[in-house]
Design a protein around this ligand. Structure first.
Ligand code: KG4
Ligand code: ZN
Length: 343
């Protein structure tokens, strides 16, 4: 049995977990900075990095103590994310590996979001299609094997979570507002406002592709709110939230259906922070039935258990690094991962 200690610090959660054989969570600790950043209406990179530094040592100590097993390797998210935040985790993990002599496994954050599904479904194996919907990414990924990925669709501009957060902020719901917007939407009329689809119009370049564009939808919703304010009209906030949520979910489900046909994968995984959305979960279940795999809500947002799950498969593939390992703000999920790894 292989017990991996995993560290995640790519954005605004410091997290540490111990995962056995890529499938069993022995411990999982998360220190959220959400309240700190809510003051500013968004994540402040420098504040995030400093907060990771304060949180990481006690958090790792707790994760190791709670797991109560011998640790065999250390894994860390090294890309993509806020560079100052990533480097806290990367440097901590490098030091730990150096001091303990254990293997160091670099993990891609999005590969981790996908691997959250392995923790929920012990029988799940690639190949499958993954719809990754988070604050920073909206991707359709053909997961050919545990460490073999191909991005077949992505957003041309904003990520779906980013659009959720923007509309939530304009509606005065605070940050991050995805789940608050979703709660408000449940009381609204989803037919009240006409909003553009993130799939484009038949004449647009993305219409027949596997790509998305959320910026037009976001701008249309923001303009509706501002125009109403300027005229002194009352906007029906729950209905606007419902129409916005419907437009996002319909687009995601429709692209996932097309993506599954294109890559010939019936099995589909829904993951990332926005996968916590109740409407999206329901629509994906009704479209894909028994073929849909959605991690529990607590595994959808950023956590270290998902990093430990993917790390097991990276280790099997020989993807270990040495103390030259760096952090990378931008790196594709289907890049040549071996480039980061040194024996
Ligand atoms: O994956 P994640 O935790 O962090 C990133 O890697 O970006 O995703 C965070 C995103 C935020 O935009 C947040 O508003 C959104 O996930 N989110 C939701 C819901 N819960 C979280 N969006 C819509 N509905 C939700 N219930
Ligand atoms: Zn994430």
């Amino acid at each position: 049995m292989i017990n991996i200690l995993a560290i995640e610090s790519s954005c605004d959660e410091t997290a540490a977990a111990v995962v056995q054989d890529g499938r069993k969570v022995l411990s999982s600790e998360i220190a959220s900075q959400v309240e700190l950043h809510a003051l500013y209406g968004g994540v402040v990179p420098e504040v995030a990095a400093r907060s990771h530094i304060e949180a990481i040592v006690p958090l790792v100590k707790r994760a190791v103590a709670n797991a109560a097993v011998t640790i065999d390797a250390i894994a860390v998210t090294c890309a993509p994310g806020l560079i100052g935040a990533l480097l806290v985790g990367v440097n901590f993990a490098k030091s730990y590996a150096l001091a303990s002599g254990l293997p160091l496994i670099p993990v891609h954050h999005i590969r981790g979001h996908i691997a959250a599904a392995y923790l929920e479904y012990p029988e799940l194996e690639p190949p499958f299609l993954a719809l990754v919907v988070s604050g920073g990414h909206t991707l359709l990924v053909h997961v050919k094997d545990y460490t073999d990925f191909a991005v077949i669709g992505s957003t041309m501009d904003d990520a779906a979570g980013e659009a959720f957060d923007k509309i939530a902020r304009v509606l005065g719901l605070g940050y991050p507002g995805g789940s608050a917007l979703s709660r408000l939407a449940s009381e609204g009329d989803e037919t009240r406002y006409k909003l553009p689809s993130p799939l484009g119009t038949p004449s647009s370049a993305i219409f027949n592709s596997l790509d998305f564009s959320f910026s037009g939808l976001k701008t249309a919703a923001v303009n509706l709110i501002h125009n109403a304010e300027q005229k002194g009209d009352a906007i029906d906030k729950p209905s606007l939230a419902a129409c916005f949520e419907k437009a996002v979910c319909d687009a995601l489900v429709s692209r996932a259906a097309r993506g599954s046909a294109v890559c010939g994968c019936k099995r589909v995984v829904l993951c990332g922070g926005v996968a916590a959305n109740g409407r999206l979960r329901k629509q994906m279940i009704s479209t894909f039935g028994d073929n849909i795999h959605i991690p529990n809500v607590y595994l959808c947002g950023d956590n270290a258990a998902m990093i430990g799950a993917q790390a097991y498969y990276e280790l099997q593939a020989g993807h270990t690094a040495n103390t030259d390992l760096n952090g990378y703000a931008n790196l594709e999920v289907d890049c040549n991962w071996k480039m980061l790894c040194k024996p």
